[in-house]
Write a protein that binds this ligand. Structure first.
Ligand code: ADP
Length: 655
């Protein structure tokens, strides 16, 4: 080993080596050997002890061009030079060399003494720093640092985007410029924790942008320490959680909507009356849509043919509508009632259908302001539009597709419930009719019995006066017949109920039957004449003669009873194709349309009449059953106040 360990440089922690005037290494210390990663041979290695050297751009350098060579060859003085050296194991090191010329006594360059300092750590630190800076700059989260006094010291690109302030505008300013007034105390709390060296994780709060927009954020704040571990500030990472908050809000809305839907289903299932169902549905949907008010209108046109009846209202007092009357049959409303589906308009006042109808041409003065408009038809199972649910809001664009879907679902539910409620109400009505019937039946049965009892008493008292008694006996007979008829009718009803009404079909001439019955009715009543029109020829049918007779008697009987101010009933028999038709026309009180369907049901009597006229409400029910069982049809047309025509058709017998 040619190295001189007696040199004053031997134990220096920095690498030192010397070359002679030809560049051959003539001394290096152990720090230099460590740096180079090997021990070059004295007097053999020239210019440099490193395995390889590169310039800062990474190009391999010829040792003869190294800074040391330049000092020796050209006598240049170089303060310092940065190069990269490679050790025999391939390790690269950043090195700063300080080559200093050595002179002989004559003042000529006799060699060079070079000190090498390894700056690799510093370099990689800088690199790391640059890397970090790049990460911070490209981060999507806002990253901000501040002093413990809240003065902003750095502000990345995402912070500029998020808070709308540039870095230049805010560095040196207090962080409070982005904290809403009512949240300033949060900062004291955060700094308090930071001072204690604590970190704040995912703190959800709100910050204000330069333009005043409030944005929801999730903050993570960590203390910044200096080299000696003192806390000197805080770094803050802010994530915009608007989307997350929206998603949460939407979930919340969904949950709430579900709850309301559940409530409605329950309420609708529990209530059997239409009024409560409609009120619940209107209340719930008004809440769901966030409408200022909602209403349900029945699809009923009034006598003038132009308005719909308000049935349920939510969010506004009834008086708010009463002074305007019902919504009119305008182009806007009509769409809902004529099955054109859902109407949703962001601003109804700008809709082409709006404002065409006089006298208001839009909303009447003082009407609740409606800008956003939503109307959903409530359609029955049969496809008929029962009514419509209407919602209004005084701001534009308040109703969405989501609202449409929700209300549509509830409307479908409601229509089913309404159908059921209607059936239920009908059953209820029939039940109360049944109670009424029992009262009526006992009254109707008692009347002939009272008469019979009276006649028998008279007969008893006049036991010896046969001539006088004869007329009372015949009167008793007719009361007994009436009683038998009533009991027969009642029995028929119960037989119909159990499907056991017997029929006895024979072939006979219908012309004869109609003639006989009409004559009988003509002579047995003294108020009405029976005007009969039958064809000349025979009309054969295969039917139960007695039951058909019962039907004709019932129809003529009704015609007489329900036309107290008339004196004539028309009975007609004719042939249409392969059927015969019997019609009985009266000129009496007639029947309002809403009763027409129901008079054929058991115990049904038109209320306004029932009080004045005797009857049980079963004649037409039995007649209809009889005609049905003949494969025929019993029907009625009526003009209230003018009279009715009841007719039945049954097939003609061909053989
Ligand atoms: P009732 O014994 O009550 O007459 P019906 O079944 O024969 O029973 O008739 C049912 C109801 O239909 C009657 O109560 C009456 O209200 C109405 N009705 C029947 N026929 C007529 C008619 N010719 N004119 C007016 N109303 C009628």
């Amino acid at each position: 080993m040619d190295r001189d360990f007696t040199s004053p440089y031997s134990h220096l922690p920095v690498a030192v080596f010397t070359c002679d005037q030809d560049g051959y290494i003539n001394y290096y210390n152990s720090a230099a050997a460590t740096l180079w990663g090997h021990e070059p041979q004295i007097g053999v290695h020239q210019w440099n002890g490193a395995w390889k050297i590169f310039d800062m751009a990474g190009n391999l350098m010829d040792a003869a061009d190294s800074p040391i060579a330049r000092v020796i060859k050209n006598g240049e003085t170089i303060g310092s030079a940065e190069i990269i050296i490679q050790t025999p194991t391939g390790e690269l090191k950043h090195v700063v060399g300080y080559p200093a010329p050595l002179y002989d006594e004559a003042g000529n360059v006799a060699g060079v003494l070079t000190t090498l300092i390894d700056i690799s750590d510093k370099k990689s630190g800088e690199k790391k720093q640059a890397h970090l800076a790049a990460i911070i700059e490209s981060s999507e989260d806002a990253i901000v640092s501040k002093t413990l006094d809240g003065i902003i010291t750095s502000w990345n690109h995402a912070a500029e985007q998020m808070f709308e302030y540039t870095e230049k505008e805010v560095v040196g300013q207090s962080i409070s410029i982005i904290i809403p007034g009512e949240r300033l105390s949060e900062e004291t709390l955060i700094i308090g924790k930071i001072r204690k060296g604590e970190r704040i994780d995912h703190f959800e709060t709100i910050r204000r942008t330069k333009s005043g927009k409030m944005i929801p954020l999730s903050l993570t704040v960590s203390p910044i320490k200096n080299a000696s571990g003192e806390i000197i500030g805080a770094s803050k990472i802010a994530r915009n959680i608007t989307a997350q908050k929206e998603a949460e809000a939407q979930l919340q809305r969904y949950a709430e909507n579900l709850e309301i839907l559940n409530e409605v289903s329950k309420a609708v299932a529990e209530h059997m009356d239409t009024q409560s169902i409609l009120q619940k549905v209107t209340d719930a949907t008004t809440k769901l849509t966030g409408a200022s008010f909602g209403a349900f209108f029945y699809n009923l046109v009034d006598k003038r043919g132009e308005s719909y009846t308000l049935f349920a209202l939510s969010g506004a007092p009834r008086e708010a509508f009463e002074k305007f009357g019902m919504p009119r049959n305008t182009a806007v409303f009509n769409a809902t009632f004529t099955g054109q589906g859902i109407v949703r308009v962001d601003d109804i006042t700008k809709d082409p259908r709006y404002g065409h109808n006089s006298p208001h041409h839009g909303m009447p003065k003082g009407h609740l302001p409606v800008v956003s408009y939503l109307a959903v038809p409530v359609v029955s199972k049969s496809g008929a539009v029962i009514g419509g649910l209407f919602y209004g809001h005084n701001q534009p664009g308040m109703f969405t597709r989501e609202h449409e879907v929700l209300v549509e679902g509830i409307a479908a539910h409601a229509s089913m419930a309404l159908d059921n409620a209607r059936l239920y109400e009908e059953v209820q009505q029939l039940n109360s009719k049944k109670d009424e019937f029992i009262g009526l039946a006992s009254h109707e049965l008692k009347t002939p019995i009272t008469s019979i009892k009276g006649y028998l008493q008279i007969i008893e008292r006049n036991a010896d006066n046969w001539e006088r008694n004869k007329s009372f006996i015949s009167k008793t007979h007719s009361q007994v017949d009436k009683l038998a008829g009533l009991i027969n009718d009642l029995l028929n009803v119960s037989k119909i109920e159990t499907g056991k009404l017997p029929f006895n079909f024979t072939k006979y001439n219908m012309v004869n039957l109609v003639q006989e019955v009409s004559e009988l009715m003509h002579y047995s009543n003294n108020t009405h004449r029976i005007e009969l029109s039958v064809p000349e020829r025979e009309l054969m049918v295969t039917a139960d003669r007695q039951r058909i007779e019962q039907v004709i008697i019932n129809l003529i009987g009704n015609a007489i009873r329900y036309s107290p101010n008339a004196d004539m009933v028309k009975v007609e028999l004719y042939e249409i194709g392969d059927r015969i038709k019997v019609s009985v026309q009266d000129f009496g009180i007639g029947i309002e349309e809403n009763h027409l369907e129901r008079i054929f049901s058991r115990f049904y009597r038109v209320d306004e009449l029932a009080a004045h006229m005797s009857g049980l409400g079963i004649g037409l029910y039995i007649s209809k059953e009889i005609i049905d069982r003949h494969g025929g049809q019993l029907s009625v047309v009526s003009d209230p106040g003018k009279g009715s025509t009841f007719s039945f058709e049954i097939p003609v017998s061909n053989n």
